[in-house]
Design a binder for this molecule. Sequence first.
Ligand SMILES: [Mg+2]
Length: 265
Amino acid sequence: MHKSLRIAAATAACALAGGVLYGAGAATAGQSTANSTHEPYNIGLLVKDIDTYYGTTADSDGVYQASPASPYAKDLARIDAAARRYIAKAARKAHHHGEKPAVVFDIDDTLLLSLDYEKRYNYTYNPTTWSDYVNRADRPAVFGSPELVRYAESKGVEVFYNSGLSEAQRAGAVENLKKVGVDINLDTGHMFLKDKANPPAYLSDCAAPGAWNCTTVQYKAGTREHIEDDLGYDVIANFGDQYSDLDGGHADRTYKLPNPTYFVS
Ligand SMILES: [Mg+2]
């Protein structure tokens, strides 16, 4: 995630009313913009709502876990079911036309759940504690996501990862994904992480060595453009928990996964 632009739920979650449905796969009333024209939702109640939504409980190690029976899990299951139907159909069609279909997954809170970090730090963000957390490589999977990744691969669809994690977090991300059963294409040719020191040439519109100026959308959409235009794939579906994962085109369909805990612009 983009450090400086990350807004925690504590400040951004005021606009539950007036939220707009967004993205083909949206199953929840997510919101893509702030709304400060009315008294914000009470933050104490909001934290309770978030706990209820995830079915949050502390396990025997004191780690906060989401419940597989929670509304969150049910929303994910609906999105997954729709995505599977679509992937099967789109893959068949692409192969029939001699095209190379691909799917793109964000990592944080799309494949690996950060709920324990968010709750532990009261939905705030600190780059040092965040990096420690990511590098422990012990996050649980977002429910259903390892199965969805494997399903796409089973349909002959190339799996790519498009994440705001940094190169310094690559080893931790790979280890964690393997641990939760996402063991497909975890190589540098398929897992795109943010390399601010040495950005790839295809991001030259907004980044040069030592001078990174890409927004999240520029970075993520630019990476999808590379997958399509340079690598020759058709991105049939793009999965993310942030609107900034999905905006900017270069995907036939977008799936917005629920995440009420922070906002990345
Ligand atoms: Mg994410």
